[in-house]
Structure formats: C-alpha cells, structure tokens
Design a protein around this ligand. Sequence first.
Ligand SMILES: Cc1cc2nc3c(=O)[nH]c(=O)nc-3n(C[C@H](O)[C@H](O)[C@H](O)COP(=O)(O)OP(=O)(O)OC[C@H]3O[C@@H](n4cnc5c(N)ncnc54)[C@H](O)[C@@H]3O)c2cc1C
Ligand SMILES: NC(=O)c1ccc[n+]([C@@H]2O[C@H](COP(=O)([O-])OP(=O)(O)OC[C@H]3O[C@@H](n4cnc5c(N)ncnc54)[C@H](OP(=O)(O)O)[C@@H]3O)[C@@H](O)[C@H]2O)c1
Ligand SMILES: Cc1cc2nc3c(=O)[nH]c(=O)nc-3n(C[C@H](O)[C@H](O)[C@H](O)COP(=O)(O)O)c2cc1C
Length: 585
Amino acid sequence: MKIPYIPEDAPFNGEQKFWLAGFLAGLHSRLLVLEDKPQSGTNTGAAATTQLHILFGSQTGNAEALAQSAAKAAREQGLVPVVQGLGEVDIDVFSTMRHVLIVTSTYGEGEMPDNAELFWHALSASTAPRLEQMHFAVLAIGDTGYDGFCQAGKFFDMRLEQLGAKRLCDRIDCDIDYEDPANSWIKSAMPQFASSAGSTGMVLENRPEKPIIPGSNKNNPYAAALITNKRLSGEGSGKDIRHFEFDLTDSGLQYEAGDALGVIPVNDADLVDLLLAQLKADYQSPVPGFERSLGDLLTHQFEISEPSRKLIAWVGENTTNEELLHVLQHDDKDALNTWLWGKDTLDLLQLELTHTPTVTEFISLLRPLQHRAYSISSSSKAHPNQVHLTVASVRYHCNGRERGGVCSTYLAERVGRGEKPAIFISPNKAFRVPTNPDAPLIMIGPGTGIAPFRAFLQERQATGASGKNWLFFGDQHQEQDFIYQDELTGWQESGLLTRLDLAFSRDQEDKIYVQNRMKEQGAELFAWLQAGAHFYVCGDASRMAKDVDHALYDIVAQFGDMSAERAADYIDQLKKEKRYLRDVY
Ligand SMILES: Cc1cc2nc3c(=O)[nH]c(=O)nc-3n(C[C@H](O)[C@H](O)[C@H](O)COP(=O)(O)OP(=O)(O)OC[C@H]3O[C@@H](n4cnc5c(N)ncnc54)[C@H](O)[C@@H]3O)c2cc1C
Ligand SMILES: NC(=O)c1ccc[n+]([C@@H]2O[C@H](COP(=O)([O-])OP(=O)(O)OC[C@H]3O[C@@H](n4cnc5c(N)ncnc54)[C@H](OP(=O)(O)O)[C@@H]3O)[C@@H](O)[C@H]2O)c1
Ligand SMILES: Cc1cc2nc3c(=O)[nH]c(=O)nc-3n(C[C@H](O)[C@H](O)[C@H](O)COP(=O)(O)O)c2cc1C
C-alpha cells in the first residue's frame, strides 16, 4: 500500500487545535518515567538496548491503563519498559528511541486525544526527523460508533512508516470492548519486540499484583446504593439536571477530584417489551449461544436505543423504505445521520422490512451495552464515603414516542428501591487541581460542565488551598437553571470563590454564553493567566469548548497585545505547562 505524504498541517486543520495536555515545559532531552520506572538491580546493563518505550495518547485513562498492562508484559519478556504520555515526549528524544509501542485512543471527530496533539503536530510536520533506526507497533483503541474509528492510531502507524521506522507487527484497532483483543495483541507483540531488541530473556520482576477491588474498573463494578436523586433544575425548566449521590462506605474505593465515574445502565423495560412484541418473542425466549433469556439480554447486555452500524446495514439490505434506501444509495454520512437522528432500534425494525430478523439474527446485529462516563462532582476529602454526579437527563420525542437516554434516565427514574447501580471509578490523571495550592484557577463549566469544578472547589476548600478561584457558569435561564446556586453563592460569600461570572443564554433576546463573559472580563482573565492561573474547560465538546478556545485566543491576542501567532504560542505554552486542561464530551 502506498502511504500518502502528510503535509505539515494535515490531517488536522487549524480548527482542530494541537493540544498538549502533557508536554512538560523545558523537557527537551530528559526522559520522564511514569510509574513504571525500570527496576534497578536486574538487567540494567542491557537496559539501553532492551528498553521498550510505551507511549500513550489517552483522554480518560483507558489507553494509559493498557500501556501499563503492556509494560507488565514487556517485563515478562526481559524488556525494560518506559511508560510515558505522548505529551511528555520531545520529538528529538523520540527520534533516538529504538523500540516504540504507541497505545492511543481517538477523540473528538477522529482527532488525537488532548495529550497527544502537540506531539502529533511535531511528528506530522515536514521538519520531523527520520526514524530509520526505530522499530514500532501501534495499538489503537476507539469506538466503531464514530466515523473516524481509531483514526489517531491509524495516523501514527502511517506516519511512523512514512518516516522510515520499521513496523514490527500489524496495528490492532480495538472497539469499545477493547480489553481482551488488546491484551492478546500485547501478548503476541511482546516476543517480537524482545527478539528485535535482543532481549536476554532475563525476566524482570513484576510488582506484586494489587488485588482488584470491585469498582476499580468496568469489568469489576461495585454495586453502590444510590442514596440521593435530587432534581436541580427548576420545575419550569426545559432541562432535567439531577444531583446523584452514591454511598461508598466500606467499598474501599478511592477517587480524586477530576476523575469520572462509570455507570453501567439497565435498559428501559418498556422499550424491551416493545422490541419483544415486534420480534414476536417472549421475555423468556432462549437465544442459542447465550445463557440468558432474550429479555435479559435486551435489558442488560445490548444497546437497544442507538442503532448499531450493523443493524443499519442489515435494514438497508432488507427494507423497501424509499427514504432510507435513497440516503444509503448516496452514501452521504450527514444525510444518514440526519435521517437517524432520534431513531432507535425499534424504529428500524418498524420500517417496511422484507422479513423480520430472527431473534438470533437481531441479537447479532446489536452492540454490547456500554457504561456511560460522568465527571465526578464531589471531592472525596469533603465526602469521604460518597461520590456525587451532576447529570442532564436526555429526553426527546420522536415518531410519536417519548425517548430517553439509556443511562441518564436509568439514574433519574428507573433505579428501583433497593437496587444498587453498577459503578466504577475511571481515573483522569490529566485533569486535576494544580499541585501548587497558591495557583489561581479559572474554570469554564456551563451546564453539567460545572460537575468537576464543584469537586475542585470542595477539594480546594478541604485542603485550605489559598489560590484564587474563578468560575464561569451558565445555562438557559437563571430562574430555573442556576444549579447549585446556594453552594456557589455561599462559596462567594466565604471567599472561596473569588469570582463567579454567569451567562444565562435565554434570559434576553440575544444569546449570552460563557465566552461572552470571558471576553467582557478579558483584561482581568489575561492578568490571571499572567499570574500563573490554570485554565479548565468542561462540558459540551461539539460547540462550547471550541468557541471557548477561540475566545481564549482572542483574549490573549487582544489583552496581551500579541499577533495571532504569538497568541497561539502563548496558549501552546499553557498546554505544555498543563495549565490549559479540558474534560469535554
Ligand atoms: C468523560 C465524560 C464525562 C461526562 N460527564 C458528564 C456529566 O458530568 N454529566 C452529564 O450529564 N453527562 C456527562 N457525560 C455524558 C454522558 O456520558 C452520557 O453521554 C449522557 O448522559 C447521555 O447518555 P444516555 O445513556 O443518557 O443517552 P444515550 O442513550 O447514550 O443517548 C444519547 C443519544 O441520544 C440522541 N439524542 C439526544 N438528544 C436528542 C434529541 N433532542 N433528539 C434526538 N436524538 C437525541 C443522540 O443520538 C445522542 O447521542 C460525560 C461524558 C464523558 C465522555
Ligand atoms: N457525547 C455525548 O455522549 C453527550 C451526551 C449528552 C450530552 N452531550 C453534550 O453535553 C452537553 C452538556 O449538556 P448540558 O445539559 O450540560 O448543557 P448544554 O447543552 O451545553 O447547555 C449549557 C449552556 O451552554 C449554552 N451553549 C450552547 N451553545 C453554546 C456555545 N456554542 N458556546 C457556549 N455555550 C453554549 C446553552 O445555551 P443554549 O442552549 O440556550 O444555546 C446553555 O446555556 C450537551 O450540549 C451535549 O452536546 C454529549
Ligand atoms: C467525546 C468522545 C469522542 C470520541 N471520538 C472517537 C472517534 O472519533 N473515533 C474513535 O474511534 N473513538 C472515539 N471515541 C472513543 C474513545 O476513543 C474510546 O472510548 C477510548 O476507549 C477512550 O480511551 P481513553 O480513555 O484512553 O481516552 C470517542 C469517545 C468520546 C467520549
């Protein structure tokens, strides 16, 4: 296959900014070994040649956890693993590496995770060094529900080959259930690295395995009592944002402000019944190859709301519905997305079909039910036995039926008395309060984006951090949607919250958004940045976070009296110093 040349600016255009959530300032020739320091005493003489650099690009920790698994497998092959975030890797140092495994997720719309963006910028530049001495492999994780499936991994794989590096084994692209395929790929890749690196086979001792406690990952969830389910939005609000509290007493679970909580939902029983009726099957119908009944599978094991690509393709081949056939024939993704907007699996089964799929066929067309992530809105220092969430219920009407988001409405209305939802902590080590307690904080968190900042403020209060705190918050209407108003105004009065700027978008004719407030306060905001403030953004990725990013560039250029280029450098530096961090979805 001919690999196309990647020009400096491609494939990420100016819109897709080059992020660097992990590039340490001034780190040019120094390797930073995270967690997996090569073990001393054994094999040190061979370390230079048997070093395997395991570099991860990760937004929410999955790829980072896989990088740690790969390090363990590497030690078992006598290799000396060095695990680093891609944001911490200098391109010149990278060019000296001999054996490299890149483990990366993909974010946004086929984009790099934040901590890999600036590294990718350097690697895809026309000035990137040649890498003839390097042997590499790429492990990509992603989600086939997105158009750019595992795109970041594909780009790395292609670019490394283009720069002359030698691929030791074929890239693997893993879907949402990535653990098993990724780990077996790692198992088969490591001997190839070991043999290429000339490993003596002297096995380095792995640290003793920590016992896995329930709730520490998605395969070992913890059943937590939901002790509070409180509507935060006013009665007249167009939204239904809720505050949830789970009891963690005696769970042994720990989390940090900035982490997310995974919640494994249960599907809506009414939708399951409608699907069973459509399939002309009973709840208890057996499904060949599965121990659970059909009803159980539809309730607990498969996504039955958002149609999978496989189901759409199957329906496309077995329907006479002209609208869908027209959309599919033109292979127009936007038109297909518009046609699909709001439709669920039942809508697809209710189209004119040449035949109804058999139960086995239908099950084979569904995706496994996925957990949903929620930014934790409490600090464990303030609430040692609890974890809090701030969740907007997804609700809409389509084709004469009320629809609900699987997980948000499960939490809001379907958790039965005594039922304990399955949860797990999903660490996000990149999104933390500054270690320096004096550093000022600027937090942009409209809507549910306030969640981690409630946690940050609780954390700063609990630790007595003296740095100033500035929150930009907003939603549709002040009267109905000023969630956590009492807490926030209380923190203003106590002095914890130095500034609170509010943007209620629909209280006047023209929309006012958080970025408008930022610009109004541009001089002050820039002064805070100059004084070392850390800038955080949380909430909607598709529009808000992009517009806030643009506003930040404008503010830096205007109030720092800089050209667009210098403003971009200034913001890149913030990213390098981990002072511009995002938790967007
Ligand atoms: C790291 C991270 C942190 C997050 N933190 C939070 C948080 O703190 N709070 C929070 O509320 N959410 C948060 N989310 C989002 C959350 O994970 C879920 O995506 C969200 O709750 C929706 O899940 P659901 O199961 O309720 O809806 P789903 O069943 O997944 O349905 C969502 C889908 O419904 C469809 N849809 C939605 N609205 C409409 C409409 N009006 N018309 C037609 N179709 C529509 C769309 O196809 C949409 O993709 C976070 C996400 C991530 C990745
Ligand atoms: N990826 C996922 O799985 C997923 C799932 C659920 C939700 N989401 C996203 O998460 C977001 C969070 O929802 P939410 O209920 O917390 O709040 P939200 O919808 O983001 O709304 C919060 C406030 O932001 C405003 N806003 C709209 N566009 C904006 C922009 N371009 N710049 C700045 N502010 C803007 C809204 O104003 P107006 O509404 O008046 O315009 C509102 O006042 C949703 O927008 C959705 O896109 C993603
Ligand atoms: C907002 C969002 C956007 C995503 N975009 C993509 C995408 O474009 N392509 C893809 O393959 N996966 C995409 N994913 C899936 C992630 O890559 C996947 O969940 C991965 O396991 C995350 O790993 P991480 O925790 O290491 O970042 C997206 C996930 C989220 C939450």
